[in-house]
Design a protein around this ligand. Structure first.
Ligand SMILES: [Ca+2]
Ligand SMILES: [Ca+2]
Length: 144
């Protein structure tokens, strides 16, 4: 279930972030130090490279948002990978840093594609609201 919770969180964040193109997508979650589309062991290696001077710091390196890059960020990235982190920092649709508690217990669906992902993940019991402006697709399966 940890993996499912992480995927759920990631997918919800994706819907918030508003993907413009799959080809130039950056997962805007702090801890994605190498600025690609996921958080994995390569981000740990990238932060290690920053600490030894081989890599340049990126906007998403400070995983715990304490204003400095150190071993604690590597520890946080490891928690994100194994699903034990209690909160995630991300860049929201307005370009501002935001925080979400993890795992998610309550979900509000804003886009049809998110509604379908929630259904696929079997997390429909966590949905407490939907965007009443949506008028098509899987989102209509939820009461408004
Ligand atoms: Ca990454
Ligand atoms: Ca930090």
């Amino acid at each position: 279930m940890r993996a499912a919770n992480y995927i759920l969180t990631a997918m919800l964040l994706l819907s918030i972030i508003m993907i413009t193109s799959a080809q130039d997508f950056t997962l805007d979650i702090f801890g994605n130090a190498n600025m690609d589309d996921l958080i994995d062991d390569r981000d740990i290696a990238y932060v290690e490279g920053i600490l030894n001077g081989a890599n340049k710091q990126t906007n998403l390196t400070d995983a715990d948002q304490n204003g400095k890059v150190d071993q604690d960020d590597i520890a946080r990235i490891k928690q994100i990978i194994d699903g034990t982190e209690s909160e995630l920092y991300y860049i929201d649709a307005r370009g501002e840093t935001a925080k979400v508690k993890h795992p998610l217990k309550k979900i509000i669906i804003a886009y049809d594609n998110t509604a379908e992902i929630i259904r696929i993940l079997g997390a429909e019991d966590r949905v407490i609201g939907v965007d009443s402006g949506s008028s098509a697709g899987a989102i209509l399966k939820y009461p408004t």
